[in-house]
Every structure is written in structure tokens, then in C-alpha cells.
Design a protein. Structure first.
Length: 205
């Protein structure tokens, strides 16, 4: 009886250690779930070339405090969209600039705009400068900050511009899902915040 109890306790301890290791382990990527606004397609027929520039003065994604929690992170983000079911539709894995460009492309296409693969002289260009992207850990909270500038250009002439910024925070727990939740929230908020219709109206397009 004692042997059975001893073996059971040893098995339970091994299981608890295994669960703790899995819970505390960090993945090599970060999930970002982006929620598109309601589809409108009211700008169907318009063509735009999208260009994204990473002009952050510091290219690091994490602060020194937060970096210790993501030792295995390779710099890739797994970008996904809700598909109405329990599981999200995974678009692909991207570095930070490509993540933003993919999200903005999806947003423009959701409005009916054709996103060109190459610039055309007769079509407008949307330039997006990523100015800041930082994940920090402050007082047991994950804090995310993002900012960028959008410029609408045609024939090398600046027609309209808008600067967007946002931040969000979430209490830190044991799993990586907490930072993924706060990142998904702020990412959706700042990408959807820019008013493309207003920019196009200001440019008389």
C-alpha cells in the first residue's frame, strides 16, 4: 500500500512539474488575432499601392524587462483572422513590418479597394511609416504601445496625412496568452483607427 502511495505521489509530482514547464515555456512566435471592421466594399473599383516603412529609431520589440519572458521569440508573428468558428483562420507568419502591411492590405480589400502589387503612375499610393512598437512589462502588467503615420500620395504630391497612436495593458499571468490578448486588442484598434475614407475625401479621390 505504501509503495502504491509513494509511486502515485512521485507520478503526481512529475505531472505537476511537466504542466509547470509547459505553462511557463515561451513559444518562438506570438499570435496576433486581427478583427476586421464590417465589410463595406463601397470603394470597389479603386486601386491603391500600399507601402510600409519601418522607421522606428529602435527596432527592438520588447523592453529589457519584457525580453526575459520571451527568450525563444524569433521575431515572427502568427497573423490570424476570426472565421466565425472556434478556431481562427491563420493567414501566415510575418516579421513586424510585413505583419502591418498584411493587416492594412486586408483592411483596404475589405473596403473593396484593389491593393496593387506594383505602383502605377495613375493610381494613388498609401505610405505608412511605423514609428513605434514596444511591448513592456510594468508593475506586473503587459503594456503595448504602437504609433504610425499614414500619407496619401499621388503623382509624387502629398494629398492627405494622419497620425495614429494607441496603447493598452493587461495583467501579467503565467502564460504567453496574456501578452497575445493585449497585443491583438491594440493591434486591431490602431489598424482600424485610421479613416481611409476621410483621407480619400480630403484628397478628392
Amino acid at each position: 500500500m505504501k509503495k502504491i502511495t509513494h509511486d502515485f505521489l512521485r507520478f503526481s509530482l512529475v505531472m505537476l512539474i511537466g504542466i509547470w514547464v509547459v505553462t511557463c515555456a515561451t513559444k518562438s512566435y506570438i499570435n496576433v488575432n486581427y478583427r476586421l471592421p464590417l465589410s463595406s466594399h463601397d470603394l470597389k473599383g479603386m486601386k491603391i499601392f500600399l507601402e510600409l516603412k519601418d522607421i522606428r529609431p529602435v527596432k527592438t520589440i520588447f523592453s529589457e524587462r519584457a525580453k526575459t519572458k520571451f527568450k525563444n521569440f524569433t521575431g515572427l508573428f502568427l497573423f490570424s483572422l476570426p472565421n466565425g468558428g472556434k478556431k481562427n483562420f491563420v493567414v501566415g507568419a510575418f516579421d513586424l513590418p510585413s505583419l502591418f502591411k498584411t493587416a492594412f492590405s486586408r483592411r483596404l480589400e475589405n473596403m473593396g479597394i484593389e491593393v496593387l502589387t506594383e505602383p502605377e503612375k495613375t493610381e494613388p499610393v498609401i505610405e505608412i511609416d511605423l514609428q513605434n512598437f514596444l511591448l513592456d512589462l510594468v508593475d506586473r502588467k503587459w503594456v503595448a504601445e504602437i504609433s504610425y503615420e499614414v500619407r496619401l500620395i499621388k503623382a509624387n504630391k502629398l494629398l492627405a496625412r494622419e497620425t495614429i497612436s494607441g496603447n493598452a495593458e493587461r495583467l501579467k499571468m503565467l502564460s504567453q496568452s496574456d501578452v497575445e490578448k493585449v497585443l491583438g486588442e491594440i493591434f486591431t484598434d490602431v489598424v482600424n483607427k485610421v479613416d481611409f475614407r476621410k483621407l480619400l475625401q480630403q484628397a478628392d479621390l
